[in-house]
Design a protein around this ligand. Structure first.
Ligand code: K1U
Ligand code: ZN
Length: 175
């Protein structure tokens, strides 16, 4: 397993519609394991393949973030929301591609998702609470959408400007 570099917004690869995974092979297995290691190392509760520069429909997540929780690493290939609740919930979201910026985003409180596991078999599960927020945030990444795209334009521009500045500082070796 290896840590992968997490892309920082703005980056054209974070705005792409990702393509479905057609075959679960060793390369996909390695990508999923690397992404889990990268997510835990960050630390984060989710990570989508475009965030590590791979524009394919794969995400990892583990929302068991409280101390003493048993980890539940999940790998979702070609995930699709097949049902969403009318109830909404608001969560102060963050993103590993937009470091240190948080904002409230409203989303369906519960979603049912279908995906393919690493064994190639279809899986369906209903998510609520933080899991529901996280899986929707990660599926958004697979469609080239960032949580800031849910905000008012002025707030989005303000965050984007901060990220442009941060990337310049990183490039100059001061990040
Ligand atoms: O997709 C990502 O960039 C990961 C992101 C996922 C996410 C966070 C909050 C709401 C929805 C989706 C993160 O993991 S940001 C870091 C974070 O939230 C966290 C980090 C350590 C412990 C607990 C949370
Ligand atoms: Zn994100």
């Amino acid at each position: 397993m290896a840590l992968r570099n997490i892309l920082i917004h703005p980056d054209p690869r974070l705005k792409k519609q990702c393509t479905p995974v057609t075959e679960v092979n060793k390369e996909i297995e390695r990508l999923a394991n690397d992404m889990l290691e990268t997510m835990y190392d960050a630390p984060g509760i989710g990570l989508a393949a475009p965030q590590v520069g791979v524009t394919q429909r794969l995400l990892v997540m583990d929302c068991m973030k409280e101390e003493g929780d048993t980890p539940r690493p999940m790998v979702l290939i070609n995930p699709e929301v097949i049902w969403e609740s009318e109830d909404r919930s608001i969560y102060d979201e963050g993103c590993l591609s937009i470091p240190d910026q948080y904002a409230e985003v409203e989303r369906p409180a519960e979603v049912k998702v279908r995906w393919m596991g690493l064994d190639g078999k279809p899986v369906e599960e209903q998510f609520d609470a933080l899991w529901a927020t996280c899986v929707q945030h990660e599926i958004d990444h697979l469609n080239g959408t960032l949580f800031i795209d849910h905000l008012k334009p002025l707030k989005r521009q303000m965050i984007t400007r901060k990220m442009v500045k941060l990337k310049k500082e990183i490039a100059r070796g001061r990040g």
